[in-house]
Design a protein around this ligand. Sequence first.
Ligand SMILES: [Ca+2]
Ligand SMILES: [Ca+2]
Length: 226
Amino acid sequence: MKKRRPTTTLAQGLLALSSLWACSLPAHAAVAIDEHWTFDDDAQGWTVAGSAALAHQSDGGAGHGGYLLLTDTNGSDEFSLELPAGAGGDWSRFVGGSFSFDARNVSGHVPDWGAFGAVQIRTAGGGSLTADLIPLGQPPADGQWHRYTIKLDEASFGGGLRSVLADVQGLSLMTEFHQTFGSDFESLAIDNIRVSAVPEPAATALWGLGLFALAARWRRRRRTRC
Ligand SMILES: [Ca+2]
Ligand SMILES: [Ca+2]
């Protein structure tokens, strides 16, 4: 008895799936799965808390364009960068994602303040969680840009991250990196602050293209055999 060929092969299924996925990319990208501040033209609403001067620089950023220059102005206060008002809200989509930024030690001071790079996320209800994961000694006094990434997961922030990200009102990035005595004030450059969901858009697009190519190859091989 002649076997009936299945109406849908695995390759056809994968091809259809990947085609559907690829077609959905623009709509998917339209959803804010990635918040990115490049500071190319201005400070984009970021402000400084504590005692420091914040100035926008129009060129020389990490990669291209502008960046933020922070200079300490008081030895007894820490200073941090603050998320623009209204940029928070429901960040549930970022659970499991990451917070990242580029930093450059401009003044060449020894980085000896361990709180540098700590990220505090606050809710409208008064809750907060902090991750202080960047080790002492950053950013190095080499005049180069360095990228720092902090995972938005409970291993980094502890339990309750999901509820905090569901109601974000504020976020502070600790930018003090040097214990100032007298007028020994450090300067720091910051660029490309980014909050990303998982998977990263680029990685997801590559995965989709890879799946599409694989399915197309299987289909060609099947046609050759027939
Ligand atoms: Ca920039
Ligand atoms: Ca300082």
